[in-house]
Design a protein around this ligand. Structure first.
Ligand code: G6P
Length: 629
């Protein structure tokens, strides 16, 4: 979703801002822009002869619909000497993607510029009020209204910080903002409520502002995270922080745990392919230091203070969106089977608005790669309000869900840049497996069984590696065969039903082929009507408790001339007679099969998207981190 980057220091701002925006491209966007405070004096030549000297500071806006490279070209036409600026990538909410709707937006007098992530809900009322006072608006955005509102408060007697603060007190909604003004050229004012903002502390009196640490990691690892309702005035001499109700606060500098190379492609054509290939390592990282093999037990540091609640919990509630929801669905199956605790899993967007029954005996887990998904965050707050313990299973360290949770487990997958989630999914499954064993050992699971599960789990990374080594070329060929299909069906049962959902989601997201995931037996209740000689059907059929049932489903597809692509266990010769294509995965315990069966499906969607010429890492209309509802 939208991205923010800001710079104040002694270097040229434009290249720093443009590089920062490129680091944020993965989040999904449709336009980009810069606001620069141009350092004057400057010699201006008119008519080719007379030269005049202009002094002061000029606010320059450069923005356009399209990619950051287009902004770069635009910016190169009019180079600006500036050491203070802000940059934005916009993902349209209010108003279509267009040059005029792109950020930054300015106030009525064009003295200040703002970039904004989030949504101002009461922008309509504010806009009417300001219009009655003579304001005219150039764009359709809520952000421009906020710019005008700040402009209303901004005067010779009132600082930019105070003007921003007063404006924010009138605003209902979510925001991460950064503001610069020509009359206060030595500062950037930023604030957050519901949309992340981090301030980077560089060397030699330079500072950075960003909505995502990836934008500034090349420059500094020292950061200050703003919390909701906090704002900061960032100048070359330091950072002043206060709440938007004007209480001064002191914030700690934290050190980012992120490597620059983790956000680069390292020789792969796309981040998504790199991240698929990272999985043997990321699954290992998710287990690192958490497994006590001899005792058949698991130690999760972030849950040590929650053990009492977890032991007496009558129910677990898992909530998430997108791919994280699919991981949660598998988590439900695992935990119920091995720990015998009832588990509910619900889309966060549904949970937050339907007045769910939640009580003191419930423990809730929000599952989120980014830790910023607005619906997941709101669902967790709702659960907390009603008495549940709210815990997180999160990837991004220091993210809002991680900070607001009572405790939780990091999945340690490292930055995930490809919009289609891959390695985060298998790391979430790894953590849910650890949680299952831990909860099981608190209740009904014997040391012998715990040990056997751990031993098998420890083998998963090398089995994933085998799939990558053995099947990538085959999957690529299958993608070539089916690249022109317009519909796909994915079927699975038990633990692999959510994998069918995830496989279909991956294909939709990046190849734009319509795909449906179904529990295999449900096929007879509707989707079977769609099956004909044009329909490829991916069937996940590992050798597990429901294998024979899945074989019957394959027969049903074949009888209607559908093309079967099966994901099957190594050594299964029988399935070869039934399916057109068979991709083999190593054998494992049923609960761990999703970590293996999903890998060929990730590769399939990747190679389908490549074969169709789609933008794999930045698919149209999608955002990596959905910070609005
Ligand atoms: C977006 C992303 C998905 C992701 C979902 C949930 O839709 O494009 O890849 O699964 O959000 O995100 P989260 O960060 O909460 O896991």
């Amino acid at each position: 979703m939208c991205g923010i980057v800001g710079y104040i220091g002694y270097r040229e701002a434009t290249p720093i801002l443009l590089t920062g925006l490129k680091r944020l491209e993965y989040r999904g966007y449709d336009s980009a822009g810069l606001a620069l405070l141009e350092d004057l004096p400057r010699a201006v030549t008119s008519n080719g002869t007379e030269t005049a000297l202009v002094t002061g500071t000029r606010l320059v806006i450069q923005k356009c619909r399209g990619k950051v490279t287009e902004l770069e070209e635009l910016s190169a036409l009019t180079p600006i000497h500036s050491t203070v600026g802000i940059g934005h990538t916009r993902w349209a909410t209010h108003g279509a993607p267009s040059d005029i709707n792109s950020h930054p937006h300015t106030d009525q007098n064009e003295r200040l510029a703002i970039i904004h992530n989030g949504i101002i809900e009461n922008y309509g009322q504010i806009r009417d009020r300001l219009a009655a006072r003579g304001h005219t608006f150039r764009s359709e955005t809520d952000t421009e209204v906020l710019a005008h509102l700040i402009g209303e408060f901004y005067s010779e007697e009132r600082s930019l910080t105070e003007a921003v603060r007063l404006a924010l007190n009138e605003v209902v909604g979510a925001y991460g903002i950064a503001v610069v003004a020509a009359d206060d050229p030595n500062e950037i004012v930023c604030a957050r409520k519901g949309s992340p903002l981090v301030i980077g502390v560089g060397n030699d009196n330079e500072y950075f502002v960003a909505s995502d640490a990836a934008a500034i990691i090349a420059h500094t690892r020292q950061v200050i995270y703003l919390s909701d309702n906090e704002m900061a005035t960032v100048s070359r001499s330091g950072i002043k922080t206060r709440t938007i109700s004007n209480i001064e606060i002191t914030k700690n500098i934290e050190v980012l745990d992120m490597e620059l190379e983790a956000i680069e492609k390292s020789g792969f054509d796309h981040f998504m392919l790199k991240e698929i290939h990272e999985q043997p390592r990321t699954i290992t990282d998710a287990m690192r230091g958490r497994v006590i093999e001899e005792e058949g037990d698991i130690v999760l540091g972030g849950l040590q203070n929650q053990l009492r609640d977890l032991r007496r919990a009558k129910r677990l509630i898992l909530t998430a969106c997108g791919t994280s929801f699919h991981a949660g669905l598998i988590g439900k199956y695992m935990i119920e089977q091995y720990a015998r605790i009832p588990v509910e899993i619900e889309y966060a967007s549904e949970f937050r608005y339907r007045n769910p029954i939640v009580g003191d005996d419930d423990v809730m887990f929000g599952i989120s790669q980014s830790g910023e998904t607005a619906d997941t965050l709101a669902a967790m707050r709702e659960g907390k309000r009603k008495g549940a313990r709210a815990l997180g299973i999160v990837n991004v360290v220091g993210s809002t869900i991680a900070r607001e949770s009572d405790g939780g487990v990091y999945i340690h997958a490292g930055p995930e840049i490809g919009v289609a989630s891959t390695k985060a999914f298998t790391s979430q499954l790894t953590v849910l497996s650890l949680l299952t064993i831990m909860l099981g050992r608190m209740r009904h699971l014997s040391v012998v069984d715990g040990r056997a599960m751990i031993r098998e789990l420890l083998l998963i990374p090398e089995k994933v590696q085998r799939i990558l080594d053995d099947s990538e070329q085959q999957v690529k060929e299958i993608a070539e065969i089916f690249k022109d299909a317009t519909n796909f069906l994915y079927l699975g049962r038990g633990y692999n039903y959510p994998v069918a959902l995830e496989g279909a989601l991956k294909l939709k997201e990046i190849s734009y082929i319509h795909a449906e995931g179904y529990p295999a037996a449900e096929m007879k209740h509707g989707p079977i009507a769609l099956i004909d000689e044009n329909m490829p059907v991916v069937i996940i059929a590992p050798h597990d408790e429901v294998y024979e049932k899945v074989l019957s489903n394959i027969q049903e597809v074949r009888a209607r001339k559908g093309h079967v692509i099966a994901i099957a266990s190594e050594g299964d010769e029988k399935i070869k007679e039934l399916a057109e294509q068979v991709i083999y995965i190593p054998r494992t315990m049923s609960l761990f099969t999703p970590m293996l069966s999903v890998v060929p499906l990730q590769l399939l969607s990747y190679y389908m998207a490549c074969a169709r010429g789609c933008n794999v890492d930045q698919p149209r209309n999608l955002a990596k981190s959905v910070t609005v509802e």
